[in-house]
Design a protein around this ligand. Structure first.
Ligand code: PLP
Length: 372
């Protein structure tokens, strides 16, 4: 896979070499962090060092970070805790939020994918929920939500705010207190750590949602033997990602030049969220008339890994519900591709994509699959 181009960081970032080395070293001994012997104590110190590192990434005291298996668990933990008192979520949330509860009401978004603040206010008045869940950054479009404004509305209406911070971590500064976030879900594998480890960070409301019982781990907030190697590597990834946030913004220059060239090659492409704030690494666009599956497969044959943003667990491609929620019809929501960059991306990756795209676009045009 070495000469393949990877432009799918929002699905999973490649493991950072330093995180891999640390993980392998920790895996070399039986570090059950709850054991009182030397191996256990060493395990405990890996976990607590990582807790400091993850806490620093989102600016909360380390005691407010609970390690778990990833953001799907964190999202489910918070939503299920508040289910009896009522939960509303934004329409473009990740499925681990949208499908955590049955029949959850959704907050509408604008055509740019930003939460409709009047719609939020209306839903809060009608439903009087105890919890609102709005992701900081959307995984498909990269659109950034105005979290402080949302939090002010949510708190004024007597509810608490949960944010899925998976796609924001290491990409923009997260300060839970300043943003007014009560619960935050994080995942290691989007910032160059390993898969299967993440955290729920608690804000300052004093509530600790708990999903798993049966052991005293994580101060009884999350039962189960800690994934010590994964947690250690997550901590290091958090530290490295935090140190590189400023550098990460340079990807915006690459992304914007990429979009300019993309529109020159294929003027009928529609770029999503272009008129609002987006994270620097993401570009999602539709080629009306084409099929996302065809586009992705053609790119894969050229050795370029991209996504349509909503590949489900079976690996099939379906219409983007995020684009549907933004008001787009099937022509646009079934023809989208997403490129997403990260810590190891280079201009040459985008150049390779554009070369392959030019070929593909001309082929589709010749076959009159798309109107150009
Ligand atoms: N939330 C968002 C926005 C995501 O992009 C993902 C990853 O696919 C998740 C949650 C799920 O994270 P995890 O893989 O840690 O369960």
């Amino acid at each position: 896979m070495n000469n393949r181009i990877y432009l799918d960081y929002n699905a999973s970032a490649p493991l950072r070499p330093k995180c891999r080395d640390l993980m392998m070293a920790v895996l070399d001994a039986p570090h059950n962090a709850s054991s009182v012997h030397g191996f256990g104590r060493a395990g405990r110190s890996f976990v607590e060092a990582a807790r400091d590192q993850v806490a620093a990434l989102v600016n909360v005291p380390a005691s407010q970070v609970i390690f778990n298996s990833g953001a799907t668990e964190a999202n489910n933990t918070v939503l299920k805790h508040f289910a009896p008192e009522g939960v509303v979520v934004s329409a473009t949330e990740h499925l681990s939020v949208l499908e955590a509860l049955d029949g959850v009401k959704t907050i509408p978004v604008t055509v740019q994918g930003v939460v409709d603040l009047e719609g939020l206010e209306a839903l809060l008045n009608a439903e009087k929920p105890a919890l609102v869940s709005v992701m900081i950054v959307n995984n498909e479009t990269g659109v950034i939500q105005p979290i402080k404004e949302i939090s002010d509305i949510v708190h004024r209406n007597g509810a608490l705010l949960h944010c899925d911070g998976v796609q924001a971590a290491g990409r923009i500064t997260i300060d839970m207190a300043a943003m007014g976030v009560d619960f935050l879900s994080l995942s290691a594998h989007k910032i160059g750590g390993p898969q299967g480890v993440g955290a729920l960070a608690l804000g300052f409301c004093g509530v600790t949602p708990t999903l798993l019982y049966g052991g005293g781990q994580e101060k009884k907030a999350r039962a189960g033997t800690e994934n010590v190697a994964g947690i250690a590597a997550f901590g290091l990834a958090a530290e490295l990602a935090k140190a590189q946030i400023e550098k990460f913004q340079e990807l915006e220059i690459l992304r914007d030049a990429f979009e300019t060239q993309l529109l020159e090659i294929s003027p009928n492409v529609i770029i999503h969220g272009k008129e609002t704030a987006r994270v620097a690494n993401t570009s999602m666009f539709s080629l009306p008339g084409a099929s996302a599956e065809t586009l992705m497969m053609a790119m894969d044959l050229e050795g370029i890994a991209v996504s349509n943003g909503s590949a489900c667990s079976s690996g099939t491609v379906r219409s983007s519900y995020v684009l549907e929620a933004m008001g787009h019809g099937p022509e646009i929501s079934t023809s989208a591709l997403r490129i997403s960059m990260g810590w190891n991306s280079a201009q040459s990756d985008l150049d390779a994509f554009l070369t392959a795209w030019t070929k593909l676009y001309n082929r589709l045009k010749d076959k009159e699959k798309i109107s150009a």
